[in-house]
Design a protein around this ligand. Structure first.
Ligand SMILES: Cc1cc2nc3c(=O)[nH]c(=O)nc-3n(C[C@H](O)[C@H](O)[C@H](O)COP(=O)(O)OP(=O)(O)OC[C@H]3O[C@@H](n4cnc5c(N)ncnc54)[C@H](O)[C@@H]3O)c2cc1C
Length: 400
């Protein structure tokens, strides 16, 4: 099981289980989180079998679109800062192990009213954890980045460490290294159900059944279907990513010349722009998407959605006007408090639930993979996982 493989490690195997097959760990879902968990567990000599309904990285879930922001001064809550600090290290370790460039340190600037969610939340995290940042008045923002011209009521917070991860390449790197360490992958093979089997679990996929000591559920937006008894209060939010080809001097939007920026343009409403890393400038809203479900999510993008984005560009970043080159749909899976869910199943210790990420989880995938391995092997994590406990979701639901 742990022998190095000489064949293409990522190729799908023609493999059917017999009931006798047993693994230390079974993983359902090989997106951002599952691929990281597979890597961490396989390198720590666990026998891993892992499934995905598609061939990851793919564009049906929540981990596509070529870029994901990583920020240290975390406006969402200071509790994420130690996690993201470790995540930076483990992404760099992954870069070294895979000989791939996965993180582009563009720097980042957050724009908004000084007392808004974005600026005040970021300052709170940064001050609590002693992080470096610079506060800039609107005219200083414009001087530094001439394509940005915020009004006088807007301030900028510059964070040098902010950057952009390349999600498909990260997933590929985790999967390749996990396979090289012995993990067994079953792509295009959905898991249909799982059940408790003594101290372990039995996992039934489209092609067969196997047994594992521990089951890791990391199916992203599909979690609800694999936990029908818990009926967790999760929502799936449709998000559209747009790529723009600026008309005038597009090189001003290259990652060499511009930072990532996010803008609180209305109270609590954010959009963000990721500079051109080779496939165009990306712009998207953060949240504000339609609440939908997996059966009826609209994968096509309406003309009005493109127009809405053009209006946003015209109003806030007119220098970016240009061709709306393409757009893609992605999904956020939200908890009511927008914190993660990382916990054991309330009734079954041998099932770990590691999802969903409420639209801000990619940057943490590398450290969450380590946390999963620590929980699986040592039974505990060095991080405080209490904010991510499942009890809050079940209790809050019962309290409704
Ligand atoms: C538009 C958009 C922008 C984002 N921007 C950022 C950002 O800038 N920074 C950031 O940190 N985060 C960001 N996020 C959030 C982040 O990308 C997600 O939280 C993260 O990628 C989710 O990873 P996941 O592994 O939980 O889900 P996924 O990557 O979707 O993986 C779940 C996998 O499970 C598989 N699966 C599901 N059910 C089954 C089954 N029954 N059997 C087998 N396989 C199954 C699916 O096929 C899928 O591959 C963004 C998300 C979106 C949608």
């Amino acid at each position: 099981m742990h022998e190095q493989e000489s064949t293409d490690a990522l190729s799908e195997r023609d493999f059917e289980f017999s009931m006798s097959q047993s693994f230390d760990i079974a993983i359902v879902g090989l997106g951002a989180i599952g691929s990281a968990a597979a890597y961490q567990l396989a390198r720590r000599h666990k026998s891993v079998v892992a499934f995905d309904s598609y061939s990851p990285p793919h564009s049906m879930g929540s981990t596509h679109g070529e870029s994901r922001v990583i920020r240290e001064a975390y406006f969402e809550h200071p509790l994420y800062v130690p996690l993201v600090q470790r995540a930076y290290q483990s992404w760099h370790e992954l870069e070294a192990q895979s000989s791939e460039n996965l993180l582009v340190q563009t720097g980042g600037i957050l724009l908004g009213p000084p007392d808004g969610t974005l600026i005040s939340g970021t300052r709170l995290s940064a001050d609590r954890h002693g992080l470096n940042y610079e506060m800039l008045q609107a005219r200083e923002v414009h001087k530094r980045y001439p394509v940005l011209n915020p009004g006088p009521d807007t301030v900028g917070l510059f964070e040098r460490r902010a950057g952009v991860l390349l999600p498909e390449k990260c997933v590929e790197a985790h999967l390749r290294l996990a396979a090289e360490a012995g993990a067994e992958f079953h792509f295009d093979e959905p898991v249909e159900s799982w059940s408790v089997d003594g101290d372990g679990v039995e996992v039934k996929s489209a092609n067969g059944t196997c047994r594992a000591e521990l089951l890791i559920l990391s199916p992203g937006a599909w979690l609800g279907g694999l936990l029908p008894d818990l009926t967790l209060p999760l929502t799936i939010e449709r998000q559209v990513l747009h790529w723009v080809q600026p008309e005038k001097e597009p090189e001003r939007f290259d990652a060499d010349n511009l930072v990532f920026f996010a803008w609180e343009y209305r109270e609590g409403a954010l959009f963000y722009v990721i500079p051109d890393l080779g496939t165009g400038v990306k712009i998207a809203l953060h949240h504000q998407g339609e609440i939908t479900d997996l059966d009826r999510i609209e994968r096509d993008i309406a003309d009005e959605e493109v127009k809405e984005m053009e209006t946003l560009i015209d109003t806030f970043v007119p220098e970016m006007r240009g061709t709306m080159a393409r757009a893609l749909v992605c999904m956020y899976t939200n908890t009511p408090d927008e914190h993660f869910l990382i916990d054991r199943h309330p009734a079954h210790d041998q099932v770990l639930i590691v999802s969903p990420c409420s639209g801000h989880g990619f940057k943490f995938a590398s450290v969450v993979g380590e946390i999963v391995a620590d929980l699986a092997i040592d039974g505990e994590s060095k991080f405080d996982l209490s904010p991510f406990a499942i009890g809050r979701l079940i209790d809050s639901k019962e309290g409704e």
